[in-house]
Write a protein that binds this ligand. Sequence first.
Ligand code: S3P
Length: 177
Amino acid sequence: MKEPYKYNTIYLVGFMGSGKSYLGSRLATRLKVKFVDTDIMISDRFNLSINQIFETEGIEKFRQTESDVLSTIMIDYLPKVVAVGGGMPCHGNNMELMNNSGYTVFLDCPVDVLVNRIKNSEDRPLIKEHKRNLEIYVRELLQKRRPEYQSSDLILKKPSLEDLVSFTSDILGPESL
Ligand code: S3P
């Protein structure tokens, strides 16, 4: 169990559609800290959408940039909530770095909920080719990624904002209160 009031970062991890950005921005507001979204940071770096980055730069460059962005986040001492792109914890030693530098929360949602939330998404390049068998694709990829996600400090099943607030309100250091 990690000690309360010791961390400056809460990382929200989980599959596409698990609510990291939606809940993360609201959690940050409730905790009165800043909100950071790794996909937005990456888009801003290239001045391109996530689709365009995959198309023009390739997935390897995207993954490399995720790791670079994480390094930037880790040296920022300000208290914050970070929504982490769904694949980031599963590449390199990113999950270990997040576990060592903050408090990680896995937003664990059932496959049908994830599928419903992402099926009409236009800026998620990974699912483009799999729209016809999306449920199978999500199930298989989630299965592969689950061990990394599950190494989080906290696992919340079907999380609501209220769950998230009550489980994380004593995590960030006093300067954030
Ligand atoms: C990805 C998830 C996306 C984004 C990119 C790749 C993944 O973020 O980083 O499309 O590998 O699962 P969200 O989890 O915010 O959709």
